[in-house]
Design a protein around this ligand. Structure first.
Ligand code: BES
Ligand code: MG
Ligand code: ZN
Length: 500
């Protein structure tokens, strides 16, 4: 999607057809505020306002086709009450209007924000890019039905006090981050018979080939010689070999280094501690943490910020083959700690244990953030509305919460008091991979903490937010959400401030 930004001062530059003109409106706050709306259309819309057909309520929109002129349709976009309107309201309102864009075959759109300097234009564009995503690759096509029209070009008309160039830059960044989010959704929606650990590694290698960043992929033999027996244990029941993927964006030896690590279980049957059949198909999404960090890394290698970023993905398939790990097995992880595997379905923490310990040891990052669809308990705690965050660093808690508010990908901190660490001590080994039933999201985090030493670290449990979010009009809840790509990108770019 191409983006153009024009200041109201230069509105005469808007000469070519603009497609659909979007005019935002707050609830019961009329008349319509637009610089380019023609009087006759304003009259027609005013009649609808007088009849309470257009009210400005949140998620309400009205599409009025017009004759071909500077624009060829008007979309009046309700934003609800002005005092309650934040950036996420803009995303949701625009997301709710995406079906109307599809029905009316809108390919060009123009936001007249000349009277709304308080609104962030990027939020509308984000909703369009995310809201138009579909996953139709596996459906047979009949040749008669044309491909749906999507928005190819967006104009934004801004108030004269606003720096159009600055708006343009943020808009380009927002669009990039949403395209990568759709990339993560595509990886996640791809079924596990196609998206194997090897396919995920090929995807990462593809990023490196296109951008010139460094990519290393460790196979099972290399992992065995490094002592990564926790991930190898998980992979034993599968015919698909496990991999450890590392992508590196190197700025300079003196710059701060940030590491992001994502859980890449391409399918989680639970292993010998097998899961119930009912929702097991959803476990193709158990690589959403990996998808999020890899697609955030796509943004980083494109933007090349002045900071070093390491992206690490342990990837394996948790199956029940005859070589599968058994409950009670003891494995020694990369950092030498021994783990009693009481439940083979608590595999995410096992593959992350090796990946975290290896990343900390080899790259000595200044901060490390992992993202994982780790526990059903996190879904019980926070539902689909926020991800859980667990950290040993107050400043990470703050900066991640801030990035969450900015992007609408919210995180909510849960505690990591030492009492929880007591609960994952092993009987016959240093650690046990499960605790009691209660506090399951926290004991999982307490387990991961055993593998990061003193490094400032945050763990983000996205089990609830990676799919199934049906309260977000800009994300079709049939698909994975791509949660984390925008959060991590924004958080990493935020880490640059104060360094230079
Ligand atoms: N992939 C699951 C976590 C999960 C469950 C994510 C449901 C999203 C929805 C993870 O590997 C798992 O199975 N965790 C177990 C841990 C338990 C055995 C301690 C769980 O949450 O039940
Ligand atoms: Mg295997
Ligand atoms: Zn599991």
């Amino acid at each position: 999607m191409r983006v153009n930004v024009t200041s109201i001062k230069n509105k005469e530059d808007l000469t070519s057809p603009l497609g659909t003109l979007v005019i935002p409106v707050y609830k019961k706050n009329f008349p319509l505020n637009s610089t380019i709306l023609e009087a006759q259309h304003e009259e027609a819309l005013q009649a609808l306002i007088d009849r309470d057909i257009i009210t400005g309520a949140t998620k309400e929109s009205y599409f009025l086709p017009t004759h071909e002129g500077l624009y060829n349709a008007v979309l009046v976009l309700g934003l609800g009450e002005e005092e309650k309107c934040d950036t996420e309201t803009l995303r949701r309102s625009m997301g709710a209007a995406c079906p109307a864009l599809k029905t009316n075959k809108v390919s060009h759109i123009c936001f007249d924000l000349s009277h709304f300097p308080e609104l962030d234009p990027s939020a509308f564009l984000e909703a369009i890019v995310l809201g138009q995503y579909d996953f139709e690759v596996y459906k047979s096509k009949d040749n008669e039905t044309p491909a749906p029209t999507t928005v190819q070009e967006a104009h934004v008309l801004v108030h004269e006090d606003i720096d159009a160039e600055h708006v343009h830059q943020s808009a380009e960044l927002a669009v990039l981050a949403c395209l990568s989010t759709n990339g993560a959704r595509h990886l996640a929606n791809t079924p596990a018979n196609e998206l194997t650990p090897t396919a995920l590694a090929d995807f990462a290698q593809g990023i490196a080939n296109e951008t010139g960043c460094e990519c290393t992929i460790l196979g099972e033999t290399q992992m065995a010689s490094l002592g990564m027996n926790a991930i190898l244990g998980v992979s034993r029941g599968s015919a698909q070999p496990a991999k450890l993927i590392v992508l590196r964006h190197h700025h300079s030896d003196d710059a701060k280094t940030i590491a992001i690590v994502g859980k890449g279980v391409t399918f989680d049957t639970g292993g010998i501690s097998i899961k119930p059949a009912a929702d097991m198909h959803e476990m193709k999404y158990d690589m959403c943490g990996a998808a999020a960090v890899l697609c955030a890394m796509m943004n980083i290698v494109e933007l090349k910020p002045p900071i070093n970023v390491i992206c690490v993905v342990p990837t394996a398939e948790n199956m029940t083959g005859d070589a599968a790990q058994r409950p009670g097995d003891i494995v020694k992880a990369y950092n030498g700690k021994t783990i009693e595997v009481h439940n083979t379905d608590a595999e995410g923490r096992l593959i992350l244990a090796d990946a975290l310990a290896y990343t900390v040891d080899k790259y000595k990052p200044d901060a490390i953030v992992d993202m994982a669809t780790l526990t059903g308990a996190c879904v019980v705690a926070l539902g689909h509305v926020a991800a859980g965050v667990f950290t040993n660093s107050d400043s990470l808690a703050l900066s991640l919460a801030d990035a969450g508010e900015q992007t609408g990908e919210r995180v909510w901190q849960l505690p990591l008091w030492p009492e929880y660490e007591e609960l994952i001590k092993g009987n016959h080994a240093d650690l046990c991979n499960i605790g009691p039933r209660w506090g399951g999201a926290i004991t999982a985090a307490a387990f991961l903490k055993q593998f990061i030493g003193e490094t400032p670290w945050a763990h983000i449990d996205i089990a609830g937010t990676a799919w199934g979010a049906d309260h977000l009009p800009y994300l079709n809840s049939k698909h994975a959400t791509g949660f984390g790509v925008r959060l991590l990108t924004s958080w990493i770019l935020g880490q640059i401030e104060g360094i230079e």
